[in-house]
Design a protein around this ligand. Structure first.
Ligand SMILES: Nc1nc2c(ncn2[C@@H]2O[C@H](COP(=O)(O)OP(=O)(O)OP(=O)(O)O)[C@@H](O)[C@H]2O)c(=O)[nH]1
Ligand SMILES: [Mg+2]
Length: 326
């Protein structure tokens, strides 16, 4: 089949051949990929462009870190920070794009993301911070990636349901984390010093792709004892509401609304605490004077209480409305 290459493609190819620096080469290869006619006759050429791009991007991603010793860090914001972890090209950046206002680069090549990018995701009336990361892969072992994962409140392990090598890719990712002494999700931590266990959801992305259903079944079979799985598509938006709720539930949080005595409840954002927190923990957040001065509180909560008096040991529940009295 003739390739029917367009003048735009040929121009990009000419630029690629004369390019001297890696960014120039990457740019012209991207242009070549964008302009190459997409049909059977050019499949080999497309694959070749992608392979070269992946190699160059990977080389480039290593360079600034080793040369300038750049270490990235992301300050936490919102009710929880979640690291997007996974093999190359699984759709981590596409998910960040869908779920937040951030606009990371999304591309059909591995090793697209090179620096962390945070974005805020709304869940009902609170926000979580998602942090997009470069892929977790043996060819890109940057220590700061693992520091960010260790520091996050939990991880989202993103895999591509349309990828025939899904299981291998997931094992490679988990294997890299083991090297960094991070054990994601349930199960016992291996013996030895320095291990860290971190909550994680398995985000089975690209459920719109063919073969997704079978792959999902296999994932369930092999990983259900270790991870809760949420099946989504960053492309169609399917499953994302379940993912938002799944994150909230994994972090095991309660939202508590406070109101001043004699006043109506205002529509201010709730305080967010870990499940298991008591009234006194909330009081300390509202004002440190309450730690000594709190006498009691009244609670309104999901039909169980109507202004009932409670003391400082009261166990807070999600969506409680609390009136503190000193
Ligand atoms: N069909 C389909 N394609 C998707 C979906 N999510 C992402 N993609 C595509 O998958 C490719 C990779 O997406 P990215 O978001 O760049 O992947 P990534 O995991 O950030 O990749 P790296 O930064 O290289 O680790 C892009 O072409 C996306 O458009 C999805 O749900 N369905
Ligand atoms: Mg990315």
């Amino acid at each position: 089949m003739p390739a029917n290459l367009t003048p735009d493609y040929l121009e990009a190819e000419r630029r690629f051949k004369s390019a001297k620096t890696t960014p120039e080469k990457i740019e012209s290869l991207e242009e070549m990929f964008a302009t190459i006619p997409k049909h059977k006759g050019t499949e080999k050429m497309q694959a070749d462009i992608k392979r070269r791009l992946a190699k160059l991007r990977n080389e480039q991603s290593k360079r600034p870190v080793s040369r300038a010793g750049l270490i990235y860090k992301v300050d936490k914001e919102g009710a929880g920070q979640l690291a997007l972890v996974g093999p190359p090209n699984s759709g981590k950046s596409a998910l960040l794009r869908r779920l937040t206002h951030a606009a990371p680069e999304v591309a059909d090549y591995p090793f697209t993301t090179r620096a962390p990018q945070p974005g805020m995701m709304a869940f009902e009336d609170i926000q979580f911070q998602l942090v997009d990361l470069p892929p977790v892969h043996p060819e890109l072992h940057e220590s700061w990636v693992y520091q960010i994962i260790r520091n996050a409140d939990a991880a989202l392990v993103v895999v591509d349901l349309g990828d025939p090598d899904l299981l291998e890719d997931l094992e490679t990712t988990l294997g890299e984390l083991v090297k960094a002494k991070v054990h994601l999700a349930r199960g016992t931590i291996p013996e030895g010093q320095g291990w860290l266990q971190k909550g994680a959801l398995l985000v089975a992305n690209k459920r719109d792709r063919s073969g997704a259903e079978e792959n999902l079944e296999i994932l369930h079979e092999l990983y259900s004892s270790r991870f809760d799985t949420v099946c989504v598509s960053a492309e169609t938006g399917g499953g994302l509401e379940t993912l938002r709720r799944g994150i909230f539930e994994m972090l095991d949080l309660v939202r508590v609304y406070t109101k001043a005595p004699g006043h109506k409840l205002e529509t201010t954002p709730p305080y967010v605490l870990r499940r298991g927190a008591h009234l006194i923990d909330l009081a300390a957040l509202v004002h440190h004077d309450f730690i000594t001065q709190l006498k009691y509180a009244r609670v309104w909560g999901h039909g169980r209480f109507e202004g009932q008096m409670v003391n400082r040991d009261y166990l807070l529940a999600d969506k409680d409305i609390v009136e503190l009295h000193r």
